[in-house]
Design a protein around this ligand. Sequence first.
Ligand code: C2E
Ligand code: MG
Ligand code: MG
Length: 717
Amino acid sequence: MKNLMNHSKIDMDTIFDLYNTLKRRHLDDASRQLVDELGRLLVPYIHTQQHLLRSLSHVLSVMLIDKNGTILYSDDYFSELANYENSEIEGKSFHEFLSSSADNDVFHHYWMEQEEVFDGELGFIGQEDVPFWMRTVIVPLLDEPSYIVFGMDITRQKQGEARQLEKAHSDYSRTVQSLVNLVFKVKRIEKGVFQYTLFEGKLAEDIGLTTDVVQGQTLEDLYGHSKAQFYQNKYERGFQGEVLSYKHNYNGRYFYTTLSPIHQGERVVEVIGSSIEITSYQEAEHRIQHMASHDPLTDLPNRNKLQEDLPVLMEKYDKVSLMFCNLDRFKYINDAMGYIAGDQVIKLMGERIESVIENGDRVYRLGGDEFIVCLLNDQSSEELTRQGHYILQKIVQPIHIMGKEIFMTARIGTARYPVDCSTADELINCANISMQYCKRNGRHNFLFYTPNMNEYHDYQISMEGNLREAISRNELCLHYQPKVNVETGFISGMEALVRWEHAEKGFISPGEFIPLAEETGLITQLDEWVLQEACRQNQQWIDAGYAPERVAVNVSANEIQQTDFAEKVKKVLDETGLDPKYLEIEVTENSVMQNTDQCIRTMQDLKALGVSLSIDDFGTGYSSLSYLRKFPIHYLKIDQAFIKGVDHDPSDSEIVKVMIQLADAFKLQVVAEGVENEEVLQFLRENHCSYYQGYYFSKPLPPEEMEQYLTKKQTYS
Ligand code: C2E
Ligand code: MG
Ligand code: MG
């Protein structure tokens, strides 16, 4: 204690010693009185102070350290806490007893700065590294280069606090870890460089990115260069103080993340992010987008998508070609075999067209039986033609559906940008026009757009209206072409062929308006009229005394497929009074192949009526003769395309020979169409073909001219 008092600002012992000395001296009364007075004041003060210090040492530690921190005096309070003898403490550095706890940094700072008074909580290390804590007040002593240190044990309180903190921390960790979503914290190491300090939640575990995994990693380590830049940009904005939300994906999953900056004063010290998974929403959104731009049946991009894509593609590529592909007579598949079969055919056609196209090129389904092939490569006309024909070849492969084998044909019109047009709409339109134009050349062909096709297109449109009127205005008439017996040269029946005498345009070929009538449905009316007129005319000739001949009437595919067709024929026969044996129905090979069951039923009904049946244009379709045996037919008319070649093309003559032989084996009579010269007729004779038709004998003739042959026939017989 004396030691301590020696260092106090007022050296009380010295004053006390001075007082004792004065007391023992002989003094005058006045001085004695003064000394006694001083004694009265000093004695209780000294006692109080000594008592106070003694009492203090029970609740406080009092120490003295010099300006270097060396402990000059330490009391029992501190030595008990540190579990050292006082002598082991004094002379050592105060700093040696301090622990490395973070709070002590404040003291070290104070010590360096030598500020007025230190008041803080310091951590100490005692014997065997046992830690203890003291609330510590350090007061610099006046005039003395030393400090008085008051300390109060707060170890228990500190340990309690630490326990609380630990508990709170583990509670917090448990909470964030059990969050369904994802929470993360980002700190900025430097501009543009970020690291995660927290990455928790069930979602974090689910995607395999947790605090342990992400800590110390850069964004590039975690996401790769380009993705890292995306996140870097977002976090940078967060550190600018912006609250922002964005969508992003990671490993094929989609997330929606919101970033909130955490401020300390003006500065953003960290950014907290929370993410939820939106994969299923995103997928639904993608599905909706896909549905809007794709055809559900084929899953090919649709018209909307073409209209959206085409201007972009035309901007990007110097040359773009469009092939407009339309299936021939698809309507009949739907009508005759039903929509399910129709759908299957469309799907298959889509797949076949798609299988042909090359990298980068695209196939769209415009609807119905229309497809568009968009070619982006700079291809020559020859290459495009080759590709177009390759598509046609694919389309025509046999289709097995509902236990049947059918064949589809198609027309492909091609337009090229920038050769033919300058805008996307024009390109589609030009391709469409050239496809329409293909009809002029019959089915299953490929054409490039040329400007003169526009006129044809306009003409087609006006024709439709004209045709409707033609039927009602009786502008149609029939011509008759004799059918001749090859061996005898006598006529054996005739074919009725429709003609249209247009008031302004003159004669219009059936090759032009029959396909139009089929497309518009006018064919039903037209075929009914032809049947009625042919029967009427034939009966009229019979009534007039001509030798009866059989008249052949051409019937379109959809007519023969009507369940009531045989009934209609019977009605006409009844009305006109024509004997059924003087009527023949011609059906093309392709039309009977479309709905074979119904065709067979109708044909059987017709046969039962006594009407003859023939297959027209044989060889242009893709059916085999053995397949045609199923049909109750009498005649097979070989298409003129083969007949015309028999005198100069060895392959045509071979084909025709085989056709005649096979037909003979199946007991069918063969009619050769389009005989134009003696050589062909000679060939037919040599090969035992039964009948022929052709310009060599006669062109189709108006009724009054046909009568000459009928009369002649009478003379021959
Ligand atoms: P198709 O039934 O095969 O008729 C034969 C076609 O060949 C006729 O053409 C006829 O004029 C033509 N032809 C006959 N002999 C020769 C020849 O020696 N040389 C050449 N180059 N041609 C010859 P047309 O009258 O123009 O009829 C074309 C097609 O239109 C017919 O082919 C038929 O499929 C269809 N058609 C004609 N009339 C009708 C009809 O009343 N109803 C239906 N549904 N189709 C018809
Ligand atoms: Mg015919
Ligand atoms: Mg024919």
